[in-house]
Ligand binder design. Sequence first.
Ligand code: GUN
Length: 284
Amino acid sequence: MTAQIIDGKALAEELRQSFKARVEALAAKGHRPGLVVILVGADPASEVYVRNKVNGCLAIGMHSEKITYEATVDQETVLNKIAELNADPNIHGILVQLPLPKHFDEEKVLEAIAAEKDVDGFHAENVGALAQGNPRFIPCTPYGVMKMFEKGGVDLNGQEAVVIGRSNIVGKPMALLLINAGATVTVCNSRTRDLKFHTRRADILVAAIGKPKFVTADMVKPGAVVIDVGINRLPDGKLCGDVDFEGCKETAGQITPVPGGVGPMTITMLLANTIEAAERKAGL
Ligand code: GUN
């Protein structure tokens, strides 16, 4: 049987429409939500992501601006800008696009962002709150995946969940969210011995490894929910995920496509976090 396709594009659009009223309610009280995105260097993929983040804000009536620096900028300049934005009452969210150039101390930069403006959820305070089961800001990509489970009526309680990938941006926070939701969670990586043994047991399989079509049908338990976080560019220019969609859709029960799956949800949850930050600041 062919899997049900989880349409991230449609869900993202539905949520974004629902955010407009919250934005206008805040603006009417003098608190129009504002996001600043900082980009260091000119990585083409990062440039596209940053443009989409800023445009996503503007499309629903939020304020947003991009600040760009040459790849050679010194860290102090960026830290000074973050300090200025931390003190700016019109800015509710600050995001530094990753990866940063090699001469940056990524942790130091992320820790410089005020925790109450850290709409990426990468500050140690926010990571700690998530680990303790009382999240304040949830990292956008895994947050988007949780919304997809909610929309699809996927009950995570007691389910076997396997996450492939252990990054701070996706794998680790995804595992914490699944744990908090009552799933039994295994976190694998590219070096895991007998990966298939783990993935074949998964009722919920999340692939976030950054390798095109890495997850093949023989690795998927029949009927599983397969979430593809990967965005890879093939030599012919086409996008594909970490999951071999054509093969796996015949085995999975539900599956996300690439493009049109998790991708559109990431920016949607960034908008949600920024609106949330503004609501907290406004005392709503
Ligand atoms: N680079 C890739 N994904 C992300 C993300 O979610 N946030 C930031 N800041 N950088 C990224």
